[in-house]
Ligand binder design. Structure first.
Ligand SMILES: CCCCCCCCCCCC(=O)SCCNC(=O)CCNC(=O)[C@H](O)C(C)(C)COP(=O)(O)OP(=O)(O)OC[C@H]1O[C@@H](n2cnc3c(N)ncnc32)[C@H](O)[C@@H]1OP(=O)(O)O
Length: 252
């Protein structure tokens, strides 16, 4: 399958390396401690959101689903802690102005730390594939290797299914877009966007199994960076991709 040109946000100069563990919280977790901070709370809530999605798509029995929903609701409420007496939400959880979503692409380009700006779009990675605070993301954990390539790892539960027992092809493409996009941005490189992404699906990509997604730069020609990558389960390469990332003329 050849994808339509994919989104390649002016990607960061570093790979996505979430700094907080994203393991689902154990049942009965209580309120976030002060050490968790707002970021930790968002990531823990996102983990429960993922559990909810898995429960919803797995549900065959309404009584069992109802029990799961009650348990998740209790854990989610426990994360938030007791409500303030006057009902006022803490400053960190108040709704942000809509204007925050109208940033220029360059402002979304970096792995910007959470303290540099109050805007959600500048708070590091919020992508639907690798962000630990986005419940849509598995999340795919991406690291940069010494040779400059990027490696993403994840195990995808049932909500990412396409054909029975296989990861949806669009999700495979999404993982490749993100990992190749990370690899396309060595330190100091100008933000570039996915112009072309071609994916070959060689074998089934299994659900609930450790997957490794690799991306690397094959060559650079001026503002064009040619990328390649793979998705693998163990020794089996289930998909491979090539792509072109282009930095806008004005960036150079
Ligand atoms: C927090 C951590 C996160 C870190 C990592 C995060 C990664 C995230 C990845 C997520 C994926 C996304 O969401 S990505 C976002 C979605 N993508 C986009 O929005 C990109 C939309 N497209 C564009 O904005 C534009 O097309 C640009 C800026 C890419 C390029 O504009 P342009 O410069 O005007 O384009 P143009 O002149 O036509 O073409 C540029 C050059 O490419 C060549 N070119 C064009 N098509 C082809 C082609 N099929 N094969 C070969 N070459 C081609 C042209 O000949 C030209 O070369 P020459 O004649 O100059 O030599």
């Amino acid at each position: 399958m050849t994808s339509a040109p994919q989104a390649g946000p002016g990607a960061a100069s570093t790979a996505n390396t979430p700094d907080a563990a994203d393991a689902p919280d154990a049942p009965g977790d209580g309120a976030a401690t002060s050490a968790d901070g707002a970021r930790g709370l968002a990531e823990r809530a996102a983990a429960l959101g993922r559990e909810l999605a898995t429960a919803l798509v797995s549900a065959g029995d309404e009584a069992r689903l109802a029990a799961q929903l009650r348990e998740l609701a209790a854990r989610l409420g426990g994360l938030a802690g007791p409500a303030p007496a006057d009902g006022t939400p803490p400053a960190d959880t108040r709704a942000r102005p809509a204007a925050h979503h109208g940033q220029e692409p360059a402002s979304r380009s970096g792995a910007v730390g959470p303290d540099e700006d109050d805007s959600p779009v500048r708070r590091g990675d919020i992508t639907p594939i690798s962000s630990p605070r986005n419940p849509l993301a598995p999340p795919l954990v991406i690291e940069r290797e010494a040779d400059g390539s990027a490696v993403g790892r994840a195990s995808l539960p049932l909500q990412y299914q396409g054909p029975p027992e296989r990861v949806h092809g669009g999700i495979v493409c999404l993982m490749l877009d993100q990992v190749l996009g990370s690899a396309a941005h060595p330190k100091g490189a100008a933000p570039a966007y996915t112009r072309v992404l071609e994916v070959e699906y060689l074998a089934a990509t299994p659900l609930d199994a450790p997957l490794t997604v690799r991306g690397w730069i094959e060559r650079t020609e001026g503002r064009k960076r040619f990328l390649a990558g793979t998705v693998a389960h163990g020794d089996t390469i289930t998909a491979r991709a090539t792509g072109l990332w282009v930095a806008p003329r004005e960036a150079g």
